[in-house]
Design a protein around this ligand. Structure first.
Ligand code: NYM
Length: 212
């Protein structure tokens, strides 16, 4: 019998919500429980496209807003063959940001609508579970200063949060909102419970296509 596929699990949220910490904790917990799992993150700054994105975020280069949106999407598409291969091998992928960040961040810029922003990512592997780490701007501020990269301002992050809220109304995606203001351990336990459920369900279902 062919091995059961892994689940595609995404963590989203505004900056400082703890996504990266929680992705690592989740992969460690899955591995400790004997479930093959790997972490991925978008943007993946290691590829040629990813390096262009990284230079843009670090303000070392300027790119037109539509063009950089398409680069973020291309950075996901270039990794799709690898993602599919791993999922088919039974490896669960825990992904730090995905197309939802792509849409939320670009559509928070003036002159962009959600619909245009979603188009390039239509048909990507559909996550079996997307957890949104919810954190109020006040709680985010308590976690320290934002960094120096593009988008890392309170005003912009607030606009991004509103765009995520629109995206979460889409019932075709399995969204779970996680209260990220709890302590790290409680957030981790909550995330692990949702993930184990998603892994069980996903193994008997084909991988879907996002927004199709
Ligand atoms: N970002 C991330 C986008 O603008 N579009 C995307 O498609 C993705 C995946 O890049 N501020 C933004 C969100 C972040 C920044 O992410 C880099 P990180 O997780 O800080 O490396």
């Amino acid at each position: 019998m062919a091995c059961k596929r892994g689940a595609l699990i995404v963590l989203e949220g505004v900056d400082k919500a703890g996504k990266t910490t929680q992705c690592k904790r989740l992969v460690d917990a899955l591995l400790a429980g004997g479930r093959p799992a790997e972490i991925m993150r978008f943007p993946d700054r290691t590829t040629t496209i990813g390096k262009m994105i990284s230079a843009y975020l670090e303000r070392k280069s300027d790119l037109e807003d539509h063009a950089v949106h398409l680069l973020f999407s291309a950075n996901r598409w270039e990794l799709v063959p690898l993602m599919k291969e791993k999922l088919e091998q039974g490896i669960t992928l825990v992904v730090d940001r995905y197309a939802f960040s792509g849409v939320a961040f670009t559509s928070a810029k003036p002159g962009f609508c959600l619909d245009w922003c979603m188009k390039p990512d239509v048909g990507l592997p559909k996550p079996d579970l997307v957890m949104f780490l919810q954190l109020s701007p006040a709680d985010a501020a308590l976690r320290g200063q934002f960094g120096d990269e593009r988008y890392e301002t309170k005003v912009f992050q607030k606009a991004v949060q509103q765009k995520f809220e629109h995206l979460m109304m889409d019932r075709s995606v399995n969204w779970q909102v996680i209260d990220a203001s709890q302590n790290i351990e409680d957030v981790h336990n909550n995330i692990t419970t949702h993930s184990l459920n998603a892994i069980n369900v996903a193994q008997n279902r084909p991988l879907g296509e996002l927004w199709k």
